[in-house]
Design a protein around this ligand. Sequence first.
Ligand SMILES: Nc1ncnc2c1ncn2[C@@H]1O[C@H](COP(=O)(O)OP(=O)(O)OP(=O)(O)O)[C@@H](O)[C@H]1O
Ligand SMILES: [Mg+2]
Length: 255
Amino acid sequence: MTGHIIAVASGKGGVGKTWFAITLAHGLARSGQRVLLVDWDLGLANLDVQLGLMPQCDLAQVLQQGLPLAGAITHFAACLDILAGSSGTGAISGLDAASLEILLDGVRSCADRYDYVICDLAAGLDQVVRRMAAYVDQLMVVVTDEPTSLTDAYAVLKLHGRDGDAGRGRILVNRAKSTSSGARTYATLSRACQAFLGHTPALAGIIRSDDHVPDCIRRQTPLFTRHPNSQAAQDVEAVVQALIRQRQPDRASCA
Ligand SMILES: Nc1ncnc2c1ncn2[C@@H]1O[C@H](COP(=O)(O)OP(=O)(O)OP(=O)(O)O)[C@@H](O)[C@H]1O
Ligand SMILES: [Mg+2]
């Protein structure tokens, strides 16, 4: 199966990548898609913290002990498996190139068992992040309306265009005050891309700012479980359904 490994990236930190990656993965799984959610924030992995997970084995152990990657997969919910990082230890930050390729090959070899693999990337643009971004099939670049977030997202899209196929990068506006202000944020960034990079990245979706999001993170519970009817849940659901429609021809269900 091709085209189903998606990385959630940003540039600027703290824009909601981890929360969105979790919620997107959970939303796809609730629609019967088989999903593997991977913590690729190797320095400060915290996907397991947002979900209150205590995995028996994580990516650091896999790499340090030469274990098969599949052994670190934790089953979280129907259709949803998780490959946790090494929370708070920084044990595999600054991964060398050879270990990184082992990690990427391991994810690719597990990927065939899933309809989607959603990877939560670290903020920034270091060599490891760039290699990971170039490796995946699609990149969702999360942006908010803050100027620093916009400039950093532009830098990611620019580098990504240089490193690979520019068309794979899409923009996800998060923490929008309203759908129309989110559309303005997208227009600002996409205009800059068109003017200076010569292409307009597609819009992956607009997620409104919603107090239910920090609440579900504090409770270490996915938004679709705790607040399934919240605005942010509805917005992520729209992204989920759009992704599924795009891949309709080879759609499979685990339900
Ligand atoms: N749509 C939203 N509405 C309200 N708050 C949000 C929304 N999305 C994210 N947040 C808040 O933003 C904060 C950062 O989220 P998160 O940890 O997922 O960001 P990140 O991009 O993964 O950060 P880092 O770069 O440090 O990994 C969280 O405290 C969360 O509550
Ligand atoms: Mg994060």
